[in-house]
Design a protein around this ligand. Structure first.
Ligand SMILES: NC(=O)c1ccc[n+]([C@@H]2O[C@H](COP(=O)([O-])OP(=O)(O)OC[C@H]3O[C@@H](n4cnc5c(N)ncnc54)[C@H](O)[C@@H]3O)[C@@H](O)[C@H]2O)c1
Length: 257
């Protein structure tokens, strides 16, 4: 899929992996809609790259429709959806003090990470279906979802987050099969430990990140958001990548704790 001259929607585009993706796509000539809750960051990034900011809660149908409509309204064919909005949460199934995991918190994580991803994928793909195919295969567009290796080997205290990311992995192949009829590919990336604001800032955050990334075999460091964006771009550009879930983790395998 050729990126130059198309439009895209990137959820979570105001920070971290989404922001790096917005910048990488814009550098290829894509008109990007930054769909995020964070208005200040979202607007300034969109302005910087000649994109459009739409304040979007990915769990809200109307707001996701508006973000997708903004991409269509750019006049460029909508060909790319990147789901990068997400939240973390740490709590055990039964906490150390004997209390069960808060049910509302579990629902919130599933709602943002899993249902939010599905929401933008379905509404975005329906809009991509309205465009003309770009080649003799009938290709119209690509969806890239962001899960996590925690969706494969969730650590202690990650039950909600892992369930949400495992759900994204689980829907990748059936969604690719569903969307084949309209020429849309679907791939999911499972990042390991990538340096973004999701881990917070300051001394404690730096110590936590160092501990998390110490077991990475090679390169012996956290991943960079720009490296994630590079993979997103490769997956979009390579027309034969479809229905796949890809680890992006420097070879790390999470231990129980
Ligand atoms: N950084 C990592 O190491 C890592 C590892 C595995 C998976 N991930 C996943 O990658 C994605 C991006 O993470 P990141 O590290 O860039 O985090 P981040 O916190 O830097 O960025 C996440 C963005 O999502 C936005 N967001 C949150 N809830 C939203 C909602 N309901 N609607 C719209 N936007 C919303 C936030 O405002 C923020 O801008 C997440 O899904 C995360 O779970 C990250």
């Amino acid at each position: 899929m050729d990126l130059n001259g198309v439009s895209a929607v990137v959820s979570g585009g105001a920070s971290g992996l989404g922001e790096a993706t917005v910048r990488a796509l814009a550098a290829e000539g894509v008109k990007v809609v930054v769909a995020d809750l964070n208005e200040d960051r979202g607007k300034s990034i969109a302005d910087e790259v000649g994109g459009v900011f739409v304040r979007t809660d990915v769990t809200d149908e109307g707001q996701v429709h508006a973000a997708v409509r903004a991409a269509v309204d750019t006049g460029r064919p909508l060909r790319v959806i990147v789901n990068s909005a997400g939240i973390g949460w740490a709590s055990r199934t039964v906490n150390r003090d004997g209390t069960p995991h808060d049910l509302g918190q579990f629902e919130t994580v599933i709602r943002v990470n899993l249902i939010g991803t599905f929401n933008l994928m379905r509404i975005g793909a329906a809009a991509i279906a309205e465009t003309e195919p770009v080649d003799e295969d009938g290709a119209r567009g690509v969806v890239i979802n962001t899960a996590s290796i925690a969706g494969i080997e969730g650590q202690t205290g990650q039950v909600a987050y892992s369930a949400s990311k495992g759900g994204i992995i689980g829907m990748t192949l059936p969604a690719a099969r569903d969307l084949a009829a309209i020429g849309v590919r679907v791939n999911t990336i499972c990042p390991g430990i990538i340096d973004t604001p999701i881990y917070g800032r300051g001394e404690a955050a730096e110590a936590f990140k160092a501990k998390l990334s110490a077991p990475v075999p090679f390169p012996k460091r956290m991943g960079r958001a720009s490296e994630f964006a590079h993979l997103v771009k490769s997956l979009i550009e390579n027309d034969y990548m479809n229905g796949e879930t890809i680890r992006f983790d420097g070879g790390i395998r999470f231990q129980p704790k």
